[in-house]
Design a protein around this ligand. Structure first.
Ligand code: ZN
Length: 188
């Protein structure tokens, strides 16, 4: 699905890259290549001090996310083809997103969630999560369905975030400039 050279080059993509709005496809082939990809995603997540990172955020339309609520390497975790169920309770909390720098939104999430998923080796995982962990799972699962924290903005947040979103849009547009120079700088 993806070569080691491509894995090495992965970087976090930013709003409004259209990949962030795609509904992602399930993984059907497990094993070493998938492990290498998720290792790289975990490295990127830690480098940007995130608690979760979904495959579309590195430009790949697959149902994969990595997560770690503490930042301690021993808590690194990977979900392939995750399915959430038993969403219970509701709590508002501020969320940011590694793909939408400088924007925060107050999002209501279930406080307790069950997940069924696979690890990169293809083994089944069943877990229950609460609080921050449940929030991370819901935020990252949203990414796999093309949903972003922007979709939860209140009218006041839309106004507060408008300027930063315009800046991200301008930055993205500049990177898409079809001149050789623009394309080369976008790859850095
Ligand atoms: Zn996000």
């Amino acid at each position: 699905m993806i070569t080691p050279a491509q894995i090495e080059k992965l970087r976090i993509v930013s709003y409004p890259d259209p990949i962030l709005r795609k509904r992602c496809q399930p993984i059907e082939t497990f094993g070493e290549r998938l492990q290498a990809l998720t290792d790289r995603m975990l490295d990127l997540m830690h480098a940007h001090r995130g608690v979760g990172l979904a495959a579309p955020q590195v430009g790949l339309p697959y149902r994969i996310f990595v997560w770690n609520p503490t930042g301690e390497r021993e808590h690194d975790a990977v979900f392939i083809n995750p399915v959430l169920s038993n969403l219970v309770g509701q709590e508002a909390g501020e969320e940011g997103c590694l793909s939408i720098d400088g924007v925060t939104v107050d999002v209501k999430r279930a406080t307790s969630v069950d997940v069924a998923a696979h690890n990169p080796a293809g083994e089944k995982i069943h877990l229950q999560g609460e609080g921050l962990v449940a929030r991370i799972w819901q935020h990252e699962t949203d990414h796999l369905d093309g949903r972003l924290i922007l979709d939860y903005q209140s009218a006041a947040e839309e106004i507060a975030n408008r300027r930063q979103l315009k800046e991200l849009e301008a930055k993205y547009k500049a990177q898409q400039t079809p001149s050789r120079r623009g394309r080369r700088s976008a790859r850095r």
